[in-house]
Design a protein around this ligand. Structure first.
Ligand code: BTN
Length: 250
């Protein structure tokens, strides 16, 4: 199980503001080969979704960004990259624990706790994606998190084992490359498997949007990232990220 290009050329940094920001600076100034990966032990200003801070104790977790050139993915279908990468992280986490799902759009959950976050930043030229920075934070050996972060968990908290970060990195790179190659060959397989692994897929649960609370089931996620819900009355509701929240009580 070894990747051929993802994570084979690595820029290792002891500390950095954010591996995504570092990668974005690199591609701004130079043509960087596909697969080049920036890895760090600690981020001073790790970026999460929606300008949140990504918490990670020094040398405890995986923090890295991979540079890709997915020119075969159309801009309007760019969420396919998120689907493929979410599946790759899921593949890796499943080698250690069960009940691993993808919470839309691309959080990786074990039961009801978040183990990994993904931040994908695309650079477009016209109708194609010229560069993608895939940023992954995966909690491995950290056992205590600040209380204001909702539901974090790590592999160690789930299995009591201490992991070698380098081995985890190599395995995860293998899965990212595998899913990325799959995406190149067959979008449909990625779509099918994303839905198969999706948290709360096809079961009725409570959601809240600007219109209020409602019961619905997830029936699809479009390749532009839109979440498609169907209510018990058969009404179809579509949401982009942050337009709807998942509520806990059924
Ligand atoms: C989320 O909020 O769920 C996304 C978190 C993404 C965090 C990773 S850590 C490595 C990479 N560099 C960053 O600054 N963010 C991503």
């Amino acid at each position: 199980m070894k990747a051929e290009f993802i994570g084979q050329s690595v820029i290792k940094l002891d500390t950095v503001s954010s591996t995504n920001s570092y990668a974005l600076d690199l591609i701004k100034n130079d043509d960087i080969d596909e697969g080049v990966t920036i890895v760090t032990k600690y981020q001073i200003a790790g970026k999460g979704q929606q300008d949140n801070f990504w918490e990670s104790e020094k040398e405890k977790n995986l923090l890295f960004s991979v540079i890709l050139h997915p020119c075969f993915v159309k801009v309007e279908k760019q969420f396919l990259l998120s689907k493929a990468v979410s599946l790759a992280v899921t593949d890796f986490v499943k080698t250690e624990v069960s009940n691993v799902t993808i919470k839309w759009p691309n959080d990786i959950y074990v039961d009801d706790k978040k183990i990994s976050g993904i931040l994908i930043e695309n650079t477009l030229s016209g109708n194609i994606i010229s560069n993608t920075v895939v940023g992954i934070g995966l909690n491995i050996n950290q056992t205590g998190f600040r209380s204001d972060v909702p539901n974090p968990v790590s592999l160690k908290m789930l299995t009591n084992k201490t992991y070698n970060l380098n081995d985890c990195f190599n395995q995860l790179c293998y899965f990212i490359e595998k899913r990325y190659k799959e995406l190149k060959k067959d979008f449909n397989k990625i779509n099918f498997e994303y839905l198969k692994n999706l948290y709360r897929f096809n079961s009725y649960n409570l959601y809240e949007s600007r219109g209020g609370k409602f019961l619905a089931k997830i029936i699809n996620v479009e390749n532009n990232g839109e979440l498609i819900l169907e209510t018990q009355q058969g009404e179809i509701k579509k949401f982009f990220f942050k337009e709807v929240s998942f509520l806990d009580v059924k």
